[in-house]
Write a protein that binds this ligand. Structure first.
Ligand SMILES: NC(=O)c1ccc[n+]([C@@H]2O[C@H](COP(=O)([O-])OP(=O)(O)OC[C@H]3O[C@@H](n4cnc5c(N)ncnc54)[C@H](OP(=O)(O)O)[C@@H]3O)[C@@H](O)[C@H]2O)c1
Length: 326
């Protein structure tokens, strides 16, 4: 597993990280054993960067991580998020409440200071007000958190956050089916020494190549209840693509790609081929998926022809179908 540096923090992060939303049972229910297997597989595969949030499973993801950390063979860097809990979102943000929620994450994770806390897709007006970022800087100075970043939905929001001189990282939606960040955001983040954490690398699983149009998801899986944006931002689940369209596009891409790699490998490798990316937090609901995703770090870069093909495919076939803005 290769590593990269996460922006100005100087943290060394594995190119492939682990997204831990699944540990909150938000992609279908995982048993304690399955959750432990996923986490153990991540360490064995050289993954040293995990992403969670206080709201995943109402704290379950952090609790499971905290329990596992007590016996973990190695202590990875853990990024969590604050800002979507019902006591804050959408308009109840105060310094004291944000600080208390951060303390709650530290308690569930069993750590004194959190490695990285990201604002969690807070409403745009709240983000642009600027208080939240300055409180994060205070919490860093107070030693509650080692570094802070922001997870955002839109490129303009990311560009806004980049102006903050102490920001360590940006977590963005970025994948073969959402490439716009290549144009201006990635170079700007690089120039500002801000690390890029990529979420939804497989577009909620569409880019694994295994999904079929008649696929059903469990009631508690966001791919069931937020399929069309009923519960939260429409751009998150399936990357904003209507499910059937996303499946058809993934099948078409798989047919047209001239490669011996799987679609999942191409999708992750394409992201790693962008030098400004620090780490990919691929989510996994099974240990085998963790291993398959981690292995992509050791694959060679895609060729120039494949990059041109994937770019054209996105701009001519995919982009127009994305809902919720970019
Ligand atoms: N607002 C935010 O800040 C925000 C929003 C979304 C996500 N995130 C973070 O980003 C992480 C990643 O995003 P995500 O999990 O939503 O999307 P993702 O990584 O694009 O997709 C994860 C899903 O893809 C499938 N998958 C993964 N690896 C696979 C493999 N090797 N082979 C076949 N299928 C595979 C699994 O689906 P099945 O479960 O169906 O097998 C898995 O649940 C999350 O875990 C979370 O930490 C943050």
């Amino acid at each position: 597993m290769r590593t990269r540096t996460l922006g100005r923090s100087g943290f060394e992060v594995s190119e492939i990280g682990l997204g831990c939303w699944q540990l909150g049972n938000d992609f279908g229910a995982l048993t304690e054993q399955q959750s432990t297997e996923i986490l153990n597989a991540s360490t064995e595969a050289g993954i040293q960067f995990l992403d969670t949030a206080d709201v995943y499973g109402g704290g379950l993801s952090e609790e499971r991580l905290g329990k596992w950390l007590k016996h973990a063979a190695q202590r990875p860097l853990i990024a969590t998020k604050v800002g979507r809990d019902g006591n804050l979102y959408p308009d109840g943000y105060t310094r004291e409440k944000v600080k208390a929620n951060i303390a709650g994450s530290a308690k569930r994770l069993g750590v004194e200071a959190l490695d990285l806390v990201q604002l969690h897709c807070v409403p745009e007006n709240v983000l642009y007000d600027g208080d939240l970022l300055s409180w994060m800087e205070d919490f860093q100075q107070e030693g509650l958190i080692r570094a802070f970043g922001a997870s955002v939905e839109m490129i303009d929001q990311a560009l806004f956050c980049l102006k903050h001189p102490k920001l360590t990282s940006l977590q963005i939606l970025f994948n073969v089916f959402r490439q716009d960040a290549c144009e201006s955001l990635l170079p700007a983040a690089d120039a500002a020494d801000v690390g890029i954490i990529v979420r939804l690398p497989l577009a909620s699983g569409l880019l694994s190549g295994k999904m079929r149009k008649d696929q059903q998801f469990e009631a508690g899986d966001h791919r069931h209840y937020n399929r069309d944006g009923a519960a939260f931002h429409v751009g998150e689940t399936f990357n904003g693509l209507p499910f059937e369209t996303g499946v058809a596009l993934a099948e078409q891409l798989q047919d047209e790609l001239d490669t011996s790699l799987t679609l999942q490998q191409v999708a992750l490798r394409w992201i790693l081929d962008q030098p400004q990316v620090s780490t990919i937090i691929a989510g996994a609901s099974r240990a085998e998926q963790v291993r398959a995703n981690a292995a992509v770090s050791d694959l060679p870069a895609l060729g120039e022809e494949q990059h041109v093909f994937l770019r054209d495919f996105y701009y001519t076939q995919v982009r127009e179908h994305i809902r919720g803005g970019i």
